[in-house]
Design a protein. Structure first.
Length: 492
């Protein structure tokens, strides 16, 4: 067969041979009995290897230049904060974080270095035993103490800015350096790094490392930071480890875990929370329990959660401070108790005095209990009868009525407080009256109260974030002259 093919090819003309070869190749026909050999892969010559190395070197150089430029900008942005009283999550804080995030992954090395607050180095104090040297040394010691405290606060603030920027970046480029810092440090740098790692895009790789370190950690602040980072990171492994900490036999560990789960908005642990709440030693976990209920307030609308919580308060399984905090939370959330819950709250008001009694009465009054409201106001009403022209009594009465949601009656008390204020500098009743007007939907009246108040421009602008003025502040016509004295004071 092969010989016949060769004879046929020899009979063809020279122009036909190439076409026939191509056709045979496409049809898979082979010449002779030997199968076709696979062609060897082309090897780059020395010229192409040199070009590849050149490109790689150029990429490295460009990355180094980008990192250097980003490092300089990170230093500039963080150094722009000179004050020591700047609040985390303030407008300046958020602006700095946003500017650092805009630098991209090139800023990661500089940001990770910034997670460790700098330690200021001060010159050695001069020696000497004469009075003048001792006096100078005492003065310098005082100056250095102030400088150290100021520097420590400022460095801590800048480290927090860097941590939030890394958290917003959420880039894989930060995973290994952050894990290294967490392994090699403790205290503030470790906590900052854990905050930054909470949005790690590689939880399956980072979580096992964090779990090993968490199991060895003994400091409650670090434990909470580990648990918050794992909870926010998510993933089966991470969440399973956090839930493992919800052990009723170890309420302090459960307290830390619940706080972490609340901060990370993990909604799946309500049944375990009930188990902790019904344990005898749940008082040690009360701060975490309340933090979780604050994150998920709808749980307290269910008597399955509300009544066990009230039982803890009545049976004194929690400290007075936590009892007051729990009642304050129920008031703030406007939780409506069942008949049994109402009875338990009345028991709290009768069995206790001071802050606990007042908090229980406030909560009951907020649910429409008129007897509780009368009992709450009785001492102030007696004071007002004795001294009806004392502004502070009327303002305090207004505060109580405002807290329990009686806005009309609170407004009357605030207006009396304004009328009897002889100094013209008392700010409380003006703000209270404005809040009541705003909750009643009377925004013009609220604006008048604020314009007539002695509040400074900065105090007025801060009220934009007040929940009472949320709807009012969304309407631009109330900004100038109300929340801002002049148009140039308004934010862009």
């Amino acid at each position: 067969m092969a010989a016949a093919n060769r004879k046929a090819l020899l009979r063809m003309g020279p122009g036909s041979i190439p076409r026939t070869l191509a056709l045979l190749c496409l049809m898979g026909t082979s010449f002779g009995q030997t199968p076709p050999q696979e062609a060897p892969a082309p090897q780059p010559d020395k010229g192409s290897q040199g070009e590849f190395e050149l490109l790689r070197s150029r990429a490295r150089r460009e990355a180094a230049l980008a990192e250097t430029a980003a490092r300089r900008k990170v230093t500039d942005y963080l150094s722009s904060t000179l004050g020591t009283k700047v609040a985390v999550n303030s407008s300046l804080f958020e602006e700095q974080v946003a500017r650092l995030v805009d630098l991209g992954p090139a800023a990661v090395p500089a940001l990770i270095e910034a997670l460790t607050p700098e330690v200021i180095r001060l010159p050695t104090l001069e020696e000497g035993t004469d009075e003048e040297s001792i006096a100078r040394r005492t003065t310098r010691q005082r100056e250095q103490a102030i400088l150290k405290a100021s520097s420590r606060n400022l460095s801590a603030y800048r480290a927090k800015v860097a941590a939030h920027a890394l958290r917003e970046l959420a880039t894989p480029a930060a995973t290994d350096p952050l894990l290294l810092l967490i392994n090699q440090s403790e205290g503030t740098p470790r906590i900052n790094a854990l905050l930054a790692l909470a949005t790690c895009p590689e939880p399956q790789r980072a979580a096992p490392n964090l779990i090993l370190l968490l199991d060895a950690a003994t400091d409650p602040a670090e434990q909470q930071a580990f648990l918050v980072s794992l909870a926010r990171m998510g993933g089966t492994t991470a969440i399973a480890r956090v839930q493992r900490s919800l052990d009723p036999s170890d309420p302090q560990q459960a307290n830390v875990a619940l706080s972490a789960l609340a901060a990370a908005q993990v909604a799946s642990v309500a049944p375990q929370l009930l188990t902790i709440l019904r344990s005898d030693n749940c008082g040690a976990a009360m701060a975490g329990i309340l933090a979780y209920y604050r994150a998920y307030p709808d749980l307290l609308q269910d008597n399955d959660h509300l009544e066990p919580l009230l039982a803890v308060l009545v049976e004194q399984r929690a400290t007075r401070t936590n009892v007051t905090a729990a009642l304050q939370l129920l008031l703030e959330l406007r939780v409506k108790p069942s008949s049994r819950g109402k009875s338990m709250a009345e028991d709290l008001a009768e069995l206790h005095s001071g802050d606990v009694k007042e908090a229980a009465l406030k909560w009951l009054a907020s649910t429409g209990n008129k007897r509780a409201l009368r009992t709450l106001l009785e001492p102030l009403d007696e004071d007002i009868k004795k001294v009806p022209t004392y502004s502070a009594f009327h303002s305090r009465r207004g505060d109580l009525l405002y807290e329990v949601g009686e806005y009309k009656d609170a407004l009357e008390s605030y207006e009396r407080g304004i009328n009897w204020d002889r100094t013209g500098r008392t700010r409380g009743p003006y703000v209270g009256a404005a809040r009541c007007h705003a909750y009643l939907g009377k925004f013009k009246a609220a604006a008048v109260a604020l314009r007539e108040s002695p509040l400074k421009r900065t105090d007025l602008s801060a009220l934009v974030d007040d929940p009472a003025f949320k709807e009012m502040a969304s309407k631009k016509q109330y900004w100038v002259g109300t929340f801002y004295r002049k148009e140039e004071d308004m934010p862009e």
